[in-house]
Design a binder for this molecule. Structure first.
Ligand SMILES: [Zn+2]
Length: 594
């Protein structure tokens, strides 16, 4: 996908750092929203979401911003990227222009930085894995996968075009293909292999799965989706977040769909890999899928680069479900035109295309209704609609969607309010008043729900500790905690902090964000920064983290021993007793450290 990070290599790091240091974030942001000084920081109404009291904060000392309402945060570059909908290099240039900094010609044309070279290796690993998986599909071992695909109606040419493959039921299929340890490391980085806990070496992440390579718009494989052939869980497994892949940004099928999207000036969004494949196979090509997640603002932004018209495809019995509703709100907030296509009950697009053909599916898309018309007609069909309170519930529900996105487009809001008033035979004035009461409290409720996350992640506590009290960085490094992070993004953050600490002896948050080159990571950092307070006892925080990590290590040890028992062919009674004792003592240890 054409995210900013792929292009960061256009400028060397020292130029980016210099521009960042010279540009004052308060100056830059106040070009967009009026900032008010409040103590140490500046406040404003958030430009990224609708609010009535300011929760958008700019920290001049640290040169970062964060919104406590919607969670957006980052540095001066991410702010301009978000506001102007531009790539990272474009944001760098825009800010350089604004502060009158001339980027030397020669520096613009350096083709590849270190980061770019690394990415090349990652793409290479994915490309090779794709080849191995698809070759296996044609061998005896892959036959059951091939049969599965054929049974689902996927043609030979689709198997070819979409690069489908098979990962066998083995721990070492992929890792045995490569003997080069550097290559294995890269494989682990991209999430195809996993480092063993209990022994040197790696094992395959994807096992006994039909493999769907996920491409970016430049036809490079950025990740994989794997579907099980039996009943094991999870049914679908995606590549983890990596420098190439993010499920909240990547859309499956966009590479094959982009020219059809341009031609139709519309895109249909479905849920599954096979939905996309069957639609394409039957001639409906402007179709993409989210990768097992709800629609995110980043997806919306990606789509917006291709078209403003989005058709959300519903299965009749999930129509109106809350989850999809949230996705639609995100599309609306991005000022996209949303239409809704409804398939008969119980049919996903793949089933539907199989049964009725591509032309019928094309017709369903062509008949898609404007989202608000759809809401009005679906509301009328609700069982409770005959009663007065049922009707007013329907109106409220629609007004919530109206309120969610039209704050930037008042004429559109007017037109919609008129439409709602006409549809339900009530006065415009009453609808307008109701809008104010429905949207504000609803928004507030959503905000508090999001901000009262029950428990902070251990990983965030470690990052907070390193940022707030740099004297602990060396301790964290020695303890090797970063390697234990389950979340790839947070591991990348921790590792970058350790690296910056060695390279420069200090860690500037705003520079840390640049080095990571990922808006989603900047957001995580900004959030963690917001927790930092002088009141926190760092020694205690460190001790808490240490205790938690010990528990993780103990749990791993228990797992290891369990798997040893299960690996023994016929453990003797005394062996079993011995193992159980061992495990029991470990579990006890875990409890007592609670
Ligand atoms: Zn906000």
């Amino acid at each position: 996908m054409e995210g900013g990070s792929a292009l960061i290599g256009l400028f060397p790091q020292h130029i980016i750092d210099e521009i960042r240091e010279r540009a004052d974030i308060v100056d830059v942001i106040s070009n967009y929203v009026p900032l008010k000084k409040a103590g140490q920081s500046y406040k404003a109404l958030c430009p990224f979401h609708d609010e009535k009291t300011p929760s958008f904060n700019v920290n001049a000392a640290k040169q970062i911003y964060r919104c406590f309402g919607c969670g957006k945060g980052g540095n001066v570059f991410t702010f301009v990227m978000e506001m102007e909908k531009v790539t990272f290099p474009q944001a760098v240039e825009a800010i350089a222009d604004r502060i009158g900094y001339k980027i030397p010609r020669s520096e613009r044309e350096i083709p590849e930085e270190k980061g770019a070279v690394n990415k090349k290796a990652l793409y290479e690993v994915n490309a090779r894995a794709t080849k191995y998986y698809s070759a296996l599909l044609r061998e005896k071992e892959g036959d059951k996968a091939l049969q599965y695909l054929r049974k689902r109606g996927i043609s030979e040419s689709s198997i070819e075009l979409f690069g489908l493959g098979f990962a066998p039921d083995a721990w070492d299929f992929l890792v045995n293909k490569v003997k080069d340890s550097k290559f294995l490391e890269t494989m682990a980085r991209i999430g195809l292999a996993i480092k063993r806990d209990d022994a040197p070496g790696y094992y395959d992440r994807f096992r006994n799965r039909v493999m769907f390579p996920i491409y970016d718009t430049q036809e490079r494989v950025v990740g994989f989706g794997g579907r099980v052939l039996d009943d094991s869980e999870p049914k679908y497994l995606n590549s983890p977040e990596s420098p190439l892949f993010s499920k909240s940004r990547n859309l499956y099928g966009l590479n094959w769909a982009k020219s059809a999207i341009a031609a139709a000036d519309a895109v249909a969004v479905v849920e599954g890999y096979t939905d996309v494949i069957m639609a394409h196979q039957n001639g409906v090509k402007n179709v993409v899928a989210t990768l097992g997640t709800a629609m995110t603002a980043e997806h919306a932004r990606t789509l917006k680069r291709h078209t403003r018209n989005v058709i959300v495809v519903y299965d009749a019995d999930e129509a109106g479900q809350k989850a999809s509703q949230r996705g639609i709100d995100i599309l609306l907030e991005a000022e996209l035109e949303v239409r809704v296509a409804v398939l008969p009950e119980g049919k996903d697009p793949c089933d539907f295309v199989l049964a009725k053909g591509g032309e019928a599916f094309g017709q369903v898309l062509a008949d898609a209704m404007d989202f608000f018309d759809y809401k009005i007609s679906a509301g009328r069909k609700r069982p409770g609609f005959k009663t007065v309170s049922g009707q007013s519930d329907v109106i409220d529900d629609i007004l919530r969607s109206v309120g969610n996105f039209t704050f930037r487009n008042l004429p559109k809001r007017e037109l919609l309010l008129k439409k709602v008033a006409e549809a339900f035979g009530v006065s415009e004035e009453s609808v307008r008043r109701r809008l104010i009461t429905t949207s504000a409290p609803a928004r507030k409720a959503a905000e508090t729900a999001a901000s009262s996350a029950p428990k902070r992640r251990l990983e965030d506590c470690v990052i907070e500790l390193m940022l707030a009290a740099p004297e602990y960085i060396a301790k964290v490094e020695q303890a090797g905690w970063a390697a234990l992070f389950a979340d790839e993004g947070r591991r990348a953050i921790a590792e970058e902090i350790l690296k910056m600490h060695v390279d420069r002896g200090s860690v500037e948050v705003a520079d840390l964000m640049n080095r990571l080159q990922e808006p989603t990571l900047s957001q995580i950092i900004a959030e963690i920064e917001s927790y930092i307070s002088a009141k926190i006892d760092h020694e205690k925080l460190y001790a808490d983290c240490a205790r938690q990590f010990q528990k993780i290590l103990d749990a791993r040890e228990v797992n290891r021993r369990f798997s040893q028992v299960s690996r023994l062919d016929k453990p003797s009674e005394s062996e079993q007793v011995e193992y159980l004792k061992n495990i029991e003592s470990l579990l006890k240890k875990g409890e007592s450290s609670n």
